[in-house]
Design a protein around this ligand. Sequence first.
Ligand SMILES: NC(=O)c1ccc[n+]([C@@H]2O[C@H](COP(=O)([O-])OP(=O)(O)OC[C@H]3O[C@@H](n4cnc5c(N)ncnc54)[C@H](OP(=O)(O)O)[C@@H]3O)[C@@H](O)[C@H]2O)c1
Length: 311
Amino acid sequence: MKAAQITEYGDKSVLKTVVDAPKPKAAAGQVLVAVHAAAVNPFDWKVREGQAQAYVPLKFPATLGSDFAGVIEELGEGVNGLSVGMEVYGQANALGGEGSFAEFVPVKAESVAPKPKKLDFVTAAALPLAGVSTYQALVEEANLQAGQKVLIHGGAGGIGSYAIQLAKHLKAYVATTAAADDADFVKNLGADEVIDYTSQDFSTLLQDYDVVYDTVGGDTYTKSYQVLKPGGILISMTEQPNEELAAQHQVTAIAQQTRTTTERLTKLAELVDQGAIKPQIDKVFPLEEASQALAYIQEGKHRGKVVIKVN
Ligand SMILES: NC(=O)c1ccc[n+]([C@@H]2O[C@H](COP(=O)([O-])OP(=O)(O)OC[C@H]3O[C@@H](n4cnc5c(N)ncnc54)[C@H](OP(=O)(O)O)[C@@H]3O)[C@@H](O)[C@H]2O)c1
């Protein structure tokens, strides 16, 4: 089968689409999915560079990729509630060596759900990791309520573009940080207030926020404590809590580890089907150009999501 693989860690030159990768099988508790489309996340180029090798070293050749949408081809032993031919979406194990940038991917049944009915495969593939991250953060962790104020860092990115839409659906007031040329994009998603992070300091402009959702990290993260009201919550996708700042500002700080489960994917699909969230697709690459797709995300010029069309 065709698959985008690496045989060593490195820059974009190490990711190559081959045509003779062996077709994987569904192990117990897994389904084998015929992949129609797979989305790219920053994690994918980080894995390609070897940033995860200290805790999970890859066995080479390794097929990269986690997000996917496709059709179930085979059921592993002990899988219930799913059937061959079902249209699904979900997240494969990007560190298992058998990722989703391929014609077939084996996935744990608990990381799969029926795909949103209203979306085609390319658009559905853009949802799992970024969409579930957003749902887990704003609904489950922050319990964001109508009338509350939320600051979303990186509003034009994969996660940010979902977070703005979900926060507006929940009837919150949304401020977001984005580069000036992304201002129209984030306003069209519903942002009430846009701060150009290249020329303005959000921490001097905003105050008394209930929630900050940080997808950026670094100084942006550290300064975020200042804009929260006492009792507020700071959820970061990239940073560990700073206990000293949390105590000083009387806020809760959480480092999120996203877990893409059937339950969360199902909730997300409902939100999509009721029109609350629409994936923003920047660019679609063929599987043969998987290397360019990851490089494009790494350059950081994208708005929303980048997808690889497989079949
Ligand atoms: N912990 C977890 O379980 C987990 C799960 C998923 C993702 N993540 C991590 O979360 C992060 C975000 O993921 P993503 O998919 O949303 O990435 P993304 O699509 O690359 O989006 C990041 C966005 O942040 C913007 N940005 C960069 N610097 C900024 C700044 N100083 N202020 C405001 N915005 C800034 C970028 O805009 P420009 O175009 O202007 O650079 C881009 O739009 C990544 O590091 C990813 O690895 C963690």
